[in-house]
Design a protein. Sequence first.
Length: 164
Amino acid sequence: MRQYELWWAQMPDPIGRRPVLLLSRSRAYEYLTRVIVVEITSTVRNIPAEVSLGSAEGLRHRSVANFDNVHVVAKQRLLSRIGTLKPRRVDEVRRALARVAGIRPLSRAMLWFEFRKLTDDDLGAIFEFLRSVPPVRHRVNNADPPTYCPRCARRHGLGELNPP
């Protein structure tokens, strides 16, 4: 069992037998008795909480992983492997999960991969610097549609949430 595999599962009643997408991290399957799964359904609503799936993942019909239906189930309920999600599709899963959890995903514009190279001393120095400057009360998110900002008199994401 590995993260992002699709399995048939005998879900608790009233759900019954259905395909699921495994979300628990791969190394945890060795020792966990309960794992995190997302229901897969052929009812497609075309909403941001869904990730499209189909024959490329081993399913017979066009389906979706519905992230409004995340469960923790006993590992013994997983019956047989169906297939796996292609690595290039993992970002879709992360976006859908972040959407239903109310978490803003990392923007591709953020250079997070550069921060992984920093030492603890580097991070400590950045943290101390940030604590020394006054907070900025100006919300900006360029991933959201631009709206008028009364604070800076420009249009940008989250602009409407800034007081003058």
